[in-house]
Design a protein around this ligand. Structure first.
Ligand SMILES: Cc1ncc(COP(=O)(O)O)c(C=O)c1O
Length: 341
């Protein structure tokens, strides 16, 4: 058990240090585009960083331990996968509450990682706000059962709550931001990122602005009733606390439709041989807009790969045929070598 935990902890050192690659086939001459490939994290997304930070910090504070705690979290997928991966490595049981609309591949990965998956009939991204969200309400009611569980000597629930957890912000302030600064030799002029909880954009944005207040931080917002897993439309949902507290770092918002995001996913596959998730498509669409107006060096967060969205791309949005998808996956750069690290 001790050896197993040591091996797993070695794996845990790996979130972060993801590659930053140049995107050069979109004819944006005066604006250099760079993509930070967050699917190269151990469990395949930008959320691995925060899962690691939130659980390790709670352990350090003595709030949780594998023999006393079950991790529970409402999520639209990637945080669940990241928490399941980190929890498993550290020896915790984990329950993930997700909207039923989340892709089948996401549910499958969660089960493979040993999470107990509970589904609710919410929209794709859990909404924040009283009475609007079943995922979050269910998780909170599980945590509320702790006094009873304590009396019965059962393990208690711990909800990291990425929407309110300071370490969601700090993970990006201490890792993603400094990595981008170093990888661009401080030459970054624009940073573009989707917003879900707001941890990524506020953490990276604040770090970069402290280095150079001239850097423009641009937030990508999906349309209402969107299909872009992980992002949030702020007319449909209250603002998460993590974002609310530092949203001043955002200089500009760009609204992207499903069609624009999925179209960009297709273009990235054919032009750059990158197989990305929908949020990366949305971010690229916004970056191309900025590139028409401004020059400099723009860093985009590509939060996850297309790996979990094959059925969405082929059966729901028809952006690839089965045959095209097979070819794309076969040829994609930075896909398998990252995921199998
Ligand atoms: C797949 C994915 N999920 C979520 C997010 C948003 O993350 P956050 O919750 O930090 O705002 C992003 C942002 O890039 C993303 O690409």
């Amino acid at each position: 058990m001790i050896v197993e935990r040591k091996v797993s902890e070695a794996m845990l050192n790996q979130p972060g240090n993801t590659p930053l690659i140049s995107i050069h086939n979109f004819g944006t001459r005066s604006m250099k585009l760079f993509a930070k490939l967050e699917w190269c994290n151990p469990w395949g997304s930008v959320k691995d960083r925060i899962a690691y930070y939130m659980l390790r910090k709670a352990e350090e504070r003595g709030e949780i331990s594998p023999d006393k705690t079950i991790i529970v979290e409402p999520t639209s997928g990637n945080t669940g996968i990241a928490l399941a991966g980190v929890s498993r490595a550290l020896g915790y049981e984990v329950e993930v509450i997700i909207p039923e609309k989340v892709s089948e591949e996401t549910k499958e990965v969660l089960r493979i990682l040993g999470a107990n998956v509970l589904e609710t009939s919410d929209d794709l991204c859990p909404r924040v706000g009283v009475g609007t969200d079943q995922c979050i309400s269910l998780a909170k009611s599980m945590v509320a059962s702790n006094p009873f569980r304590r009396r019965k000597k059962l393990k208690e629930y711990f909800m990291p709550n990425q929407y309110e957890n300071f370490y969601n912000f700090l993970a990006h302030y201490e890792t993603t931001g400094p990595e981008i600064w170093k990888q661009t030799n401080g030459k970054i002029t624009h940073f573009i990122c989707g917003v879900g909880t707001g941890g990524t954009i506020t953490g990276v944005g604040q770090f970069l602005k402290e280095k150079n207040p001239e850097i423009k931080v641009i937030a990508v917002e999906p349309q209402k009733r969107h299909h872009i897993q992980g992002l949030r439309n702020f007319e449909e949902s209250a603002t998460p606390k993590v974002f609310e507290e530092r949203k001043h770092v955002v200089d500009r918002w760009i609204r992207v439709s499903d069609e624009e995001a999925f179209n960009a996913v297709r273009r990235l596959a054919f032009k750059e041989k990158l197989y990305v998730g929908p949020s990366s498509g949305a971010v690229l669409h916004a970056a191309l807009k900025i590139a028409k107006e401004d020059d400099g060096s723009c860093v985009m967060i590509f939060g996850d790969s297309g790996d979990k969205y094959g059925t969405v791309y082929v059966d729901e949005f028809h952006i690839f045929t089965h045959k095209e998808l097979e070819k794309i996956i076969g040829e994609a750069r930075f896909l398998n070598n990252c995921l199998k690290r």
